[in-house]
Design a protein around this ligand. Structure first.
Ligand SMILES: Cc1cc2nc3c(=O)[nH]c(=O)nc-3n(C[C@H](O)[C@H](O)[C@H](O)COP(=O)(O)OP(=O)(O)OC[C@H]3O[C@@H](n4cnc5c(N)ncnc54)[C@H](O)[C@@H]3O)c2cc1C
Length: 414
């Protein structure tokens, strides 16, 4: 029976590039390819981008990409907050540890914006390109392989199974990537000693302005200023949620108050456990990011730790590098294995370097804090960082730009 006659089929389409996953990596790659005239289809399994507790940080390097695309002015009209410095409270001591105001970029701040607003913005820009298609509620379930090459995918949609034939399939479907599992890629697991509990608490005008990490014996609490609410992350030892749960919500609320006493009048907003979301942290990367006809980028190629909030940034940088390398190939003919290898070669160093920093921080700082029982005081390197404001430019550069930032090299309608 042909696809056209199969009542369970949603049909078959052909594109140059099919991207699995409409997250930051997939949507940015879709925009860049379509803007240059490459026919691209992005498949996203959810019906919208409206999911809570995704990272909300848009870093200076991503804002620079928006500038290079001529979209920065419009983008900054979206509601957002601007974080220009980052501080930490360790025990009773407050320290400023990163200052973005000297970065060599147009925006010297991290923009905090709900990820769905960011993705809706990218989608709206991409939809202006005739070569762009986005299909929501399309969950990629299977790779189509012919003669040792990936030639397309199958996706479940409300209308039935959609078959997509493509010169290149890109797996941008995140940390639990179906594409990478189906492709049988080998994964290097770097481990993480923690998980994170995410929650919202309302913010009052009298609260401090600053985005802040609060660190004390056995506890780490991060508060992101989101205007009328705080987006809070409570870091727990890996697998420790059951213990927190058993101790009860009242005890959890008290832990929060112990770290940020001014939240006492509103911790009751955490009325039941569904108000507290567990996010398991993974740090890993693929040994090979590609096979003939297939490339993985973003978290699908390398799940990042939440340390530094750099995952979205890296995902977008991957998309920019992939578009820079692959667009001329799409426009000129075929995509070869060498082209895909070139994308991995370009992005592997920044990924490995950032993961090395994250693993160092996880093991030397976070793991130790979570194991500690006595009152904490800042270690010497942090004291020096706080005292010499010049030194605060270093973490700002690492967080804000990462290693070897990418730039858009492909013009519209290239
Ligand atoms: C606790 C925690 C906090 C974090 N906080 C931050 C932060 O503050 N800042 C930051 O920069 N990063 C943060 N990160 C990391 C960040 O979320 C990721 O690195 C980033 O979202 C990766 O982008 P991506 O596009 O590669 O994947 P994702 O954002 O995961 O997007 C993948 C997309 O693919 C879709 N999808 C999945 N499977 C399929 C399928 N089979 N078919 C079709 N679609 C599919 C998903 O619905 C999703 O839309 C955090 C991570 C964790 C775990």
């Amino acid at each position: 029976m042909s696809v056209a006659d199969d009542p369970m089929s949603a049909g078959e389409v052909s594109v140059r590039c099919c991207i699995a996953g409409g997250g930051p990596a997939g949507m940015m790659l879709g925009l860049l390819l379509a803007r240059a005239g490459v026919a691209v289809l992005v498949l996203e399994k959810h019906a919208d981008f409206l999911r809570d507790f995704r990272g909300d940080t848009i870093h200076p390097s991503t804002l620079e990409i928006m500038y290079e695309l001529g979209l920065l002015g419009e983008f900054l009209k979206q509601p957002h907050q601007e974080v220009r410095t980052i501080g930490a409270q360790i025990g009773d001591v407050f320290l400023r540890i990163a200052d973005f105001s000297h970065l060599p970029t147009h925006c010297r701040f991290v923009a905090l914006m709900p990820q769905w607003d960011f993705l809706n913005f990218i989608a709206a820009q991409a939809k202006g390109c005739p070569a762009f298609q986005l299909r929501m509620e399309a969950e990629v379930t299977e790779l189509i392989e012919e003669g040792g090459r990936v030639t397309g995918i199958r996706a479940e949609t409300p209308e039935g199974i959609l078959t997509v034939r493509a010169d290149l399939v890109v797996g941008a479907d995140g940390r639990h990537s179906t594409v990478r599992a189906n492709a049988g890629f080998e994964t290097l697991d770097l481990g993480a000693p923690m998980d994170v509990l995410w929650m919202r608490l309302s913010r009052r005008p009298t609260d401090p302005e600053q985005t802040l990490g609060r660190i004390d014996a056995g506890r780490i609490f991060v508060m992101l200023n989101r205007g009328d609410y705080w987006q809070c992350a409570f870091v727990i030892p890996k697998g420790g949620f059951e213990q927190v749960h058993q101790a009860g919500l009242a005890s959890f609320r008290e832990e929060i108050v112990g770290l940020a006493p001014y939240l006492r009048d509103r911790v009751s907003e955490l009325g039941d456990w569904p108000d507290v979301k567990l996010l398991t942290v993974a740090v890993d990367r693929l040994r090979d990011w590609h096979r003939p006809g297939l490339l993985c980028i973003g978290d699908a190629a390398h799940a990042m730790s939440p340390i530094g909030g750099v995952g979205i940034n890296l995902a977008i940088q991957d998309a920019v590098a992939a578009a820079n390398i692959l667009t001329p190939r799409f426009l000129g003919g075929e995509i070869s294995d060498d082209d895909l290898r070139a994308v991995q070669r370009r992005r592997e160093f920044p990924t490995r370097a950032m993961q090395a920093v994250q693993v160092f921080m996880q093991n030397r700082v976070i793991g130790r804090v979570l194991e500690s029982t006595g009152k904490l005081s800042p270690p010497l390197p942090l004291k020096l960082l706080a005292r010499w404001s010049l030194l605060q430019r270093l973490p700002a550069r690492l967080i804000g730009l990462g290693f070897r930032p990418e730039h858009v090299r492909i013009s519209a309608g290239a």
